[in-house]
Design a protein around this ligand. Sequence first.
Ligand code: GNR
Ligand code: NI
Length: 167
Amino acid sequence: MTILNVISFPDPRLRTKAAPVAAVDAAIDQLVGDMLETLYQAPGIGLAATQVNVHKRVIVIDISKDGDDPLVLINPQLEVSGELLETQEGCLSVPGFYEPVTRREHTHVQALDRQGKPFAMDVDGLLSVCIQHECDHLQGKLFVDYLSSLKRSRIQKKLLKSRRAAA
Ligand code: GNR
Ligand code: NI
């Protein structure tokens, strides 16, 4: 397995819309394995293929404390419902920034698992937030898009500055 490079805001590749996976084959299994390794190493609670510059509808998530409960979503389809709730969100592609984002409470998701088998689940809480956040990535959307343009441009400026300093 390989740790993949996670691209960060404002990289325009994060704006790419991911294509559906046509077949859950060995190449997709390898991608899922590499994404899980990248997620655990980061560490993070979710990773969308978009963030590793692969523009396919693949997501990996693990919100468990011990990092031993991976959830793989291929070609996810979401229906959100319920109350609006605000959560502090962060993103591996926006390192170091945490800001409140308002989303719907419930998520119904249908997807294929790592074996290509369809499944569905209804979730709330952090898992619901995380699935919505990851599905946004597959559409080229980032949590900073929910913030004011002033906040977003400040974050962009700081990230570009720290990247220049690191280079
Ligand atoms: O690791 C992550 N933590 C997180 C916290 C609150 C809301 C969403 C997230 S997802 C993020 C990992 C990431 O960037 N996934 O795309
Ligand atoms: Ni993210």
